[in-house]
Design a protein around this ligand. Structure first.
Ligand SMILES: Cc1ncc(COP(=O)(O)O)c(C=O)c1O
Length: 466
């Protein structure tokens, strides 16, 4: 193992030659709006309502850099939604993809696997914490969550899955049913998502849902969860699993205090409830450990991973302990959980290459060191800034919470910030339940000079929203 950063290409500073979105991007978005479901392109209206503009259109990406169709070069501080953990088009992932393209692209799901799928499943078993060693592969984060929900129902014979307020687990119907991110995402599909479930309080200690102060609260939110589960009128005996993100990502980069996850594990174990940890965002190094649950040595029953896993290829996994996975029983002929592209050789080869890069270069350690310095610098520079309420995060998963000029919450403000930053050549993603968090998830390979340059420019770009 080497702890040196791989000197991958693609660590150049921003270069804006045509204020984004430039003419080529505008023309493409105009064409897209005519042929894509408006539910997706409608984001365009939301951007405009928030004072922004059309999106840019990506043409090329290498390392931390993205180039758009108008020739502008950006630094991707969103890491392509946290997928580009080793940067875009890492040379080792590209080489693995080329070699695989020359051999085999597709097989037949569960019926006839490829060696690349076997190798990937073995790698996951080796890397996953503790006894987590049997996986179900998927194509997206939502797929992994669906597999975890099904496994929990099968393994326990129970019917309910509990989840947290603000949690984001994906957009497929099962995953949506356990998401607590925005009720408006679920409401149109209420008939197809499970009965309305209570959402448990997540430890957002800067804005405690129970109105307490940490640490005086002594984890009152966890006591409340235990009380709910033990209430004879609640039906806790029918709860199969509790699903949680160890750090809420899309919900706004909310980091629970130390000890929270350990106690959550105890509460679930004591009641025979499975713990599903959704590490689709946090997994594979971003928070400073290979998995965020390893900060506390917690081992869930089921672990969902995706995003960084594929090095850019769409692939995910639900990894479980043998007891839980064995509950599916032997196949009696046709697999009761599969899909056409399950264990796709091209994606599996890319994923194995990406995971090797992460492990061989000890990128979690780099994410911890670089992230800690980045967080401290952001906090120092933004301290007292009228537009900033809080800067939080762990490793290279950081959120900057915005506020208005009166120091009040500023819903939607992160969209406007995204546009201002794009104009300076920085890509961020807007996050938080109220759209007021600048979410940063840069590649773990990013050059620190780029982060320094961002810290220097940021105060001038952020003005309080009216
Ligand atoms: C924690 C978490 N779970 C699940 C998902 C859904 O993943 P996908 O969009 O690949 O379906 C996401 C996506 O952002 C996520 O952050």
């Amino acid at each position: 193992m080497t702890t040196e950063t791989p000197t991958a290409p693609g660590n150049l500073p921003p270069r804006i030659v045509s204020p984004p979105p430039g003419p080529a991007a505008r023309a493409l978005i105009e064409r897209l709006a005519a042929v894509e479901c408006p539910a997706i392109t409608a984001r365009r209206d939301r951007r405009r309502a928030a004072g922004g503009d059309d999106p840019i259109v990506w043409a090329e990406a290498t390392g931390s850099n993205v180039t758009d169709v108008d020739g502008n070069r950006y630094v991707d501080l969103a890491g392509g939604f946290a997928v580009a953990a080793i940067g875009h088009r890492h040379p080792e992932v590209v080489a693995a993809a080329h070699a695989q393209l020359d051999r085999l692209i597709h097989t037949m799901g569960d019926l006839f696997p490829a060696a690349e799928k076997v190798h990937l499943a073995e790698t996951l078993a080796r890397l996953a914490p503790g006894r987590l060693s049997m996986s179900i592969l998927g194509l997206s984060g939502s797929d992994a969550v669906e597999a975890a929900i099904k496994t929990a129902l099968i393994a326990t014979g129970r019917s309910r899955i509990l989840a947290f307020h603000g949690g984001y687990h994906g957009m497929s119907l099962g995953a949506l049913g356990v998401s607590g991110y925005r009720a408006s995402f679920r409401q149109p599909f209420a008939s197809m998502t499970p009965r309305p479930e209570l959402r448990l309080p997540y430890p957002d200690c800067a804005d405690c849902p129970l109105g307490h102060q940490y640490p005086d609260c002594a984890f009152a939110c966890l006591d409340q969860i235990a009380r709910i589960l033990d209430d004879p009128t609640f039906g806790g005996e029918d709860v199969a699993a509790l699903i949680a993100e160890p750090i809420q990502g899309r919900g706004g980069d909310i980091v629970p205090p130390d000890g929270w996850l350990t106690r959550l594990r105890d509460i679930t174990r004591e009641r025979g409830i499975l713990l599903i940890l959704d590490e689709i965002y946090t997994g594979f190094g971003r928070t400073g450990r290979l998995f965020a649950c390893q900060h506390e040595g917690v081992e869930p029953d089921l672990l969902c991973v995706g995003k960084a896993m594929g090095g850019g290829a769409p692939i995910s996994a639900c990894i479980g302990t043998p007891e839980v996975m064995q509950a599916w029983g032997r196949s009696t002929g046709e697999a009761i959980h599969t899909s056409t592209f399950l264990g796709h050789p091209l994606s599996a080869a890319m994923a194995s290459a990406a995971l090797s890069v992460i492990v061989d270069h000890d990128l979690p350690a780099r994410a911890e060191r670089v992230g800690q310095r980045f967080l401290e610098q952001l906090r120092k520079t933004l301290h007292g800034h009228p537009a900033v309420r809080d800067v939080r995060g762990r490793g290279l998963m950081i959120g900057i919470v915005l506020q208005d000029s009166h120091g009040r919450a500023a819903p939607g403000s992160a969209v406007l910030a995204m546009h201002r930053l794009l104009g300076q050549g920085w890509i961020i993603s807007p996050g938080g339940r109220d759209g007021d968090v600048i979410s940063l998830a840069p590649p773990m390979t990013i050059d620190e000079d780029l982060l320094d340059a961002f810290v220097e420019q940021l105060p001038g770009v952020l003005a309080p929203c009216p």
